[in-house]
Structure formats: structure tokens, C-alpha cells
Design a protein around this ligand. Structure first.
Ligand SMILES: O=C(O)C1=C[C@@H](OP(=O)(O)O)[C@@H](O)[C@H](O)C1
Ligand SMILES: C=C(OP(=O)(O)O)C(=O)O
Length: 450
């Protein structure tokens, strides 16, 4: 189980300005994919900068359960000795993906075109999330899934004996669904095609190309048409995982709302499928600069400098931008609470099926901290309290959701009274050094037994 051990609370209090350098850990999305594609190539893939978060460690264990040799060499350096496309062997135990939606959905895709049965489970949060969005397209390859009612974990996936390639238009904007289909397509003959109406993060396509697969993306009136040629010989790679822009969002946003702050967050990928938050913050009047813009491993990267921004104003976040900042809405709503005016966030129904219902969980905690929030099935709206105007003084339920926990701790650094989160454990799923790193910038965070 990913979120394990004794529950502890964390309390955030306002204090002096934040300053210094925030070296955030490796990107979670890229880390999952590096392990999975490493396991599906023949020979040794070497990975540096792998995220040591619980979500990714669960994927590393899963790869070992499927027959790959996975080794940690310390300092976030790992190696994966892969078994090749079609080479996984049936595990003799249940695969526990912990808290990780990305992990379980990508793994289901990777095993769906192998003639074997694999049973997946996860923690209470993951067991409440919809899996039908991946099992439905995977059934077109010939796989069969039997899970709990409503398509929930625990679930057994019987992979296709004679897989056929698939052409599928994703009904929701989801990189996890797209990636599950592409990973399944690796061991199907012929061309597998995924069509997405809105662009979602493209790490799978980029990394597949790096490993030597033939993948093309065509932009058509139908959407992005991604075509993969099945049964490639994937060639092991050396991968330097870039730092995670979704983790960078926390020190960046903290600097914007804590008076006097000036924080540098180096080496952040500016991949347009991930960079929507920075555009939104700039529209709100954030003092952000992109320094030393460069190319690293085929991705544009920059050092982001964030300074206290007393003139933040509410904005309308375009619906078309949602996929490029989907994990950043919780922390954006915290910045919105400290801004002047209304921030509208339409087109965000997907937030309701993350580790928690993120609209409901954020709305509950923000209201408890004195912030007005309205919400509907696929939208929410925060009325800002202005700089220094958030009351705070709340203990917030995090519901096994790391981004909720970190977002409210950042709010507590800028609120009049402390903000506590009831359970700090989920933070380790994506950002295990969060508390240490924020403290190094000057944040007042204290841990207490629950
Ligand atoms: O593919 C990925 O690595 C991810 C895709 C997103 O989920 P959806 O595809 O469900 O939007 C995101 O929320 C998640 O944190 C990581
Ligand atoms: C939604 C997230 O992750 P996952 O879907 O992998 O659990 C996240 O990290 O915010």
C-alpha cells in the first residue's frame, strides 16, 4: 500500500518570506513510463533522476513482478533489464499500485496484449476510481476485465491470446487512457490508432519514439491522430528524468502569495502539454520569469523565478487549457483565494475522479478557511480574499490526496491563522521531500502525530 504508516498531521503557519532554490524531484509521468518502456525493451535501460515517490516505486515493483530486473543504485539512479515487447510473464501475486492512477492504468495497457491474467489492486482512493475508461478500449484488443461493480479495483485482467490492433477515439481527455492503448498496441500486430480531441500530455509518444517505435501524430479536424506500428524491437535507453512541473507548482505558487518571497525553481520542463499553469499565473499578474531557457533531452526546459506578487487578480481559465494543467487546479485555487476578484475554472469534470473529488475536497477546505467557492458538475469558481485576506484557521481533510495536502499547506503559509492537514502521508506518493524542501525555503511547517 502506498499511503501507509501512522497518520500524522502537518500544520502550516505564516512567517517570513520564502527564498532560495527549490530543486524539485523527477517527473512522475516520465518516471512511470521510463520503468515500463525499459521493461518492454531488450537489454538495460539506465534512468537518472527517477522520482522516488510511492507511486513510482509501486510501478518499479510491478515491473519486477512481470519479469524485468529492476535495480536501484542510489541517488535516484535505476536500471531496468527489460524482457522485450510480448515478454512479460504472469505474476504469481496481486499487483498493488497503491495510490497511483497512472501506474495501474498504464500497467493494464502494457499487460492487455499478453496471454496471461493479472490481478490489480490499490488503496482506498484508487479503488474508488473508474477503470472502465481503460478496460473498454483494452477489450477491443481482446482483453477481458472482471472487477468490482462499476469497473473498480480490485480487478483481474485476462490479456488477449491473439491481440488485434485497435482504432479508438478517447471519450475523455486523458493521457492515461491514450497511453494504456498505445502500450497495449505495442504487442498487437499492425497499426493501433488513438484519436484524442484535445491534446493531453505526450510523454508516451515521445518516449516510444526514443525507444525506437514508429509513432506518428497528425493534427486533423477530428483531433490528434496517433498511430503506432505494433511489435517493434524496443531499444534500451539512457533516460534523464526532468524535474516535475506539477511538483514545481507548489514552491512557485507559495512564492507568489507569501510577502517578500523570491524563489528559483531550476530545470522545469516547458512541454506545452504540461505548462498551462504558468500561462494562467502570468495572466493573473504573477511575477514569473523563465530563465536559461534551453533544450534537454528533446524537451524545452527553463529555470523559473517566482516573486511575491501583490497584484494577483482572478481570471477565467480557458476550458481548452484544462488538460495542460489538470493536476495544478488545486494549487491554482489557493492562488485564486489570495488574489482579488473571481477565478472561473470551467471544463474541469475530470477533477472529480482523481485521488479524491478535487473540486469537492478543495471547496470544503477553502470554505472552512473563509474563502467563497461555488461549484457545479464540471466547473468551480473561487472568489479571492485579496492579498493577506484569507482567514485560515482550519483543519482540512485530505482524503488520501497528495495534491490536496500540499495545496492547503501552501495556503497556510499565506493565511492569517494556521492551516492544518489531517493526514500528511499521501504527500510521499509524488513529492517525498516536500516538507524538507519547503522548510529549506523558510516555510513554517510542523508535524504532529494525529
Ligand atoms: O499520464 C499521466 O502520467 C497522467 C495523466 C493525468 O491523468 P488523466 O490521464 O487521467 O487526465 C494526470 O492527472 C496524472 O497525474 C498523470
Ligand atoms: C492525478 C494524479 O495522479 P494519478 O492519476 O497517477 O493517481 C496526480 O498526481 O495528481
Amino acid at each position: 500500500m502506498s499511503v501507509s504508516g501512522k497518520t500524522f498531521t502537518i500544520i502550516a503557519r505564516s512567517g517570513g518570506p520564502l527564498s532560495g532554490i527549490a530543486n524539485v524531484p523527477g517527473d512522475k509521468s516520465v518516471s512511470h513510463r521510463a520503468l515500463i518502456l525499459g521493461a518492454m525493451s531488450v537489454g538495460e535501460t539506465r534512468i537518472t533522476g527517477l522520482l522516488g515517490g510511492e507511486d513510482v516505486l509501486a510501478t518499479a515493483r510491478a515491473m519486477a513482478s512481470l519479469g524485468a530486473e529492476v535495480a536501484s543504485h542510489g541517488d535516484n539512479a535505476w536500471s531496468v533489464h527489460g524482457v522485450g515487447v510480448g515478454g512479460f510473464s504472469e505474476p504469481d501475486h496481486v499487483i498493488d499500485c497503491g495510490n497511483a492512477g497512472t501506474g495501474v492504468r498504464l500497467l493494464m495497457g502494457a499487460v492487455a496484449t499478453h496471454d496471461m491474467s493479472v490481478t490489480f489492486t490499490g488503496d482506498r482512493s484508487l479503488a474508488s476510481r473508474p477503470m472502465g475508461r481503460v478496460t473498454e478500449p483494452l477489450s477491443l484488443f481482446g482483453a477481458r476485465a472482471i472487477g468490482r461493480r462499476g469497473g473498480k479495483l480490485p480487478m483481474t485482467l485476462a490479456g488477449a491470446r491473439d491481440p488485434v490492433p485497435v482504432r479508438y477515439t478517447t471519450p475523455v481527455a486523458s493521457a492515461q487512457v491514450k497511453s494504456a492503448i498505445l502500450l497495449a498496441g505495442l504487442n498487437a500486430p499492425g497499426e493501433t490508432v488513438v484519436i484524442e480531441r484535445e491534446a493531453t500530455r505526450d510523454h508516451t509518444e515521445r518516449m516510444l519514439t526514443g525507444f525506437g517505435a514508429q509513432v506518428t501524430t497528425e493534427v486533423t479536424p477530428e483531433g490528434r491522430v496517433i498511430t503506432l506500428t505494433g511489435r517493434p524491437d524496443l531499444v534500451p535507453q539512457t533516460i534523464a528524468v526532468p524535474r516535475d512541473p506539477s511538483s514545481a507548482a507548489f514552491p512557485i505558487c507559495a512564492a507568489l502569495i507569501v510577502p517578500g518571497s523570491d524563489v528559483l525553481v531550476p530545470g522545469i520542463a516547458l512541454n506545452p502539454t504540461r505548462a498551462g499553469l504558468l500561462d494562467t499565473l502570468e495572466e493573473m499578474g504573477a511575477d514569473l520569469t523563465r530563465e536559461a531557457v534551453r533544450d534537454e533531452g528533446g524537451e524545452p526546459v527553463a529555470d523559473i523565478r517566482a516573486r511575491y506578487s501583490p497584484d494577483l487578480r482572478g481570471v477565467h481559465v480557458p476550458e481548452a487549457r484544462a488538460a495542460s494543467m489538470i493536476d495544478e487546479y488545486p494549487i491554482l485555487s489557493v492562488v485564486a483565494a489570495c488574489a482579488t476578484g473571481i477565478t472561473d475554472m470551467p471544463g474541469t469534470a475530470e477533477l472529480r475522479v482523481k485521488e479524491s473529488d478535487r473540486i469537492a475536497t478543495m471547496a470544503e477546505g477553502l470554505r472552512a478557511a473563509g474563502v467563497a467557492v461555488e461549484d457545479g458538475p464540471d466547473w468551480w469558481r473561487v472568489t479571492g480574499c485579496g492579498p493577506g485576506g484569507v482567514a485560515g484557521g482550519a483543519t482540512v481533510a485530505t482524503r488520501l490526496d497528495h495534491r490536496i495536502a500540499m495545496s492547503f499547506l501552501i495556503l497556510g503559509l499565506a493565511a492569517k491563522a494556521p492551516v492544518a492537514v489531517d493526514d500528511g502521508r499521501p504527500i510521499a506518493t509524488s513529492f517525498p521531500i516536500f516538507v524538507e524542501l519547503m522548510r529549506s525555503l523558510g516555510a513554517d511547517l510542523s508535524l504532529e502525530d494525529a
